[in-house]
Design a protein around this ligand. Structure first.
Ligand SMILES: CC(C)(COP(=O)(O)OP(=O)(O)OC[C@H]1O[C@@H](n2cnc3c(N)ncnc32)[C@H](O)[C@@H]1OP(=O)(O)O)[C@@H](O)C(=O)NCCC(=O)NCCS
Length: 128
């Protein structure tokens, strides 16, 4: 994937434990992003989530499709994203995916939570 996050995604797998999942987003067979789930940092708000799409594939719906697949595949889970207030793209993506802002954390990041899907709305990919 290149860049800082690409290097991070390449080096992270050996470090992953049972409390950490790195889901690679594939477009056909090309890795174009990832979702990083840190269940070790799961709070009552949900599983700590970070997401990334490579610059050349942004604004094409990849991030939204990935987040929708994630929440549809795990409708009983909650997810929480801490986003810098100036990260317009991340805030807009999270809101488009159904996250709502609940406050801010001690670092001044905005906290957005997805509270899961109603059971009638599930049925998405089961492999996520
Ligand atoms: C945030 C990020 C994952 C978005 O991924 P993406 O694939 O470009 O997002 P999408 O194309 O699915 O966008 C979905 C919606 O989010 C909003 N959005 C996405 N990028 C936006 C931007 N730069 N400005 C304003 N709105 C934006 C739009 O509403 C968009 O829908 P639209 O294109 O139909 O208007 C990507 O910009 C990224 O990897 N950024 C760097 C890493 C990062 O900041 N991660 C978040 C850490 S908390």
């Amino acid at each position: 994937m290149g860049g800082f996050y690409g290097a991070a995604a390449t080096r992270m797998p050996p470090l992953l434990g049972p409390d950490r999942e790195l889901l690679i987003v594939l477009l056909a067979t090309e890795p174009v992003g990832f979702l990083d789930l840190d269940t070790d940092r799961e709070t009552s708000d949900g599983i700590d989530l970070t997401y990334f799409v490579v610059p050349g594939h942004r604004r094409r719906g990849v991030g939204l499709a990935a987040l929708r697949a994630l929440v549809a595949g795990r409708p009983d889970r909650r997810f929480v994203a801490a986003v810098r207030p100036d990260n317009v793209a991340s805030l807009a993506l999270a809101r488009a995916a159904g996250f709502t802002q609940t406050g801010s954390d001690e670092w001044g990041d905005l906290v957005l939570v997805h509270r899961g899907l109603p059971s009638s709305a599930s049925g998405g990919p089961s492999h996520l």
